[in-house]
Design a protein. Structure first.
Length: 232
């Protein structure tokens, strides 16, 4: 007997979510079109290509969706009203919480899904490298604001410090995949942001030492010393 009734509607949003979870868990190259079609409800190849164009196009859409949802953990870096230190600390803690959440694949899709790729997919790696560069730039801009406001010393090496924070941020993915707990990562973040205060103290010490050194060699100091000798 022939089947009757309307065919099941294709839910594009659900399909995009399932694709995101697969790419997130297994990476771009290890996720096949067959895997994607099965996760989307055993859809046909015609439906897949009509909806997404290609695997590469689908991945680009997944990345955009990820950044608009889970990737918003870095939004504090781009908030001009947030104090720089608070913005960076909130970003790190929110990211650690998101990446260790078992309701979805662990780690960060942007950091992990193209960790290894064949040469023909190098442009996919470049796509995600550009997204990560955006976060590094946001960190650096945040630190520049901290220097401008006096929250960090004027002699702070902003690029080096931004590299420290971004290395930690992207490194959270490996820790999360290895099963390191949120509690442990939170403690590590506390240690990391503590360098902010140490940087200010170190700068004050350098300024004081420089002032003392300059004062010891100043003409006034030598004149005073000479005056003391002549009074004997």
């Amino acid at each position: 007997m022939p089947r009757t009734g309307r065919p099941r509607a294709f839910d594009r949003e659900h399909a995009l979510l399932q694709a995101m979870r697969l790419f997130w868990a297994h990476g771009y190259e290890s996720t096949s079109i067959s895997d994607l079609k099965a996760a989307m409800g055993d859809i046909s190849s015609a439906s897949f290509y009509a909806a997404f164009g290609s695997k590469e196009s689908l991945f680009e859409q997944v990345v955009d969706r990820y950044l608009a949802t889970h990737g918003q953990v870095t939004a504090p870096l781009r908030d001009p009203e947030a104090k720089p230190r608070e913005a960076i600390e909130r970003t790190l803690r929110q990211s650690a919480r998101m990446q260790t959440d078992n309701s979805h694949p662990l780690g960060c899709l942007v950091a992990l899904s193209t960790a290894t790729c064949a040469a023909q997919n190098a442009h996919i790696q470049t796509l995600l490298a550009a997204r990560r560069a955006n976060d590094r730039a946001a960190l650096e801009n945040c630190l520049c604001r901290a220097v401008a406001s006096g929250e960090l010393p004027s002699d702070t090496d902003v690029t080096a410090l931004a590299t420290v924070f971004s290395t930690f941020l992207f490194g959270l993915s490996i820790q999360a995949r290895d099963g390191v707990s949120l509690e442990t990562l939170d403690l590590a973040i506390t240690q990391l942001v503590a360098i902010w205060g140490r940087s200010k103290r170190a700068s004050r010490t350098r300024v004081a030492n420089k002032a003392n050194s300059t004062g010891a060699r100043s003409p006034a100091a030598f004149a005073s010393k000479g005056s003391g000798l002549s009074g004997r």
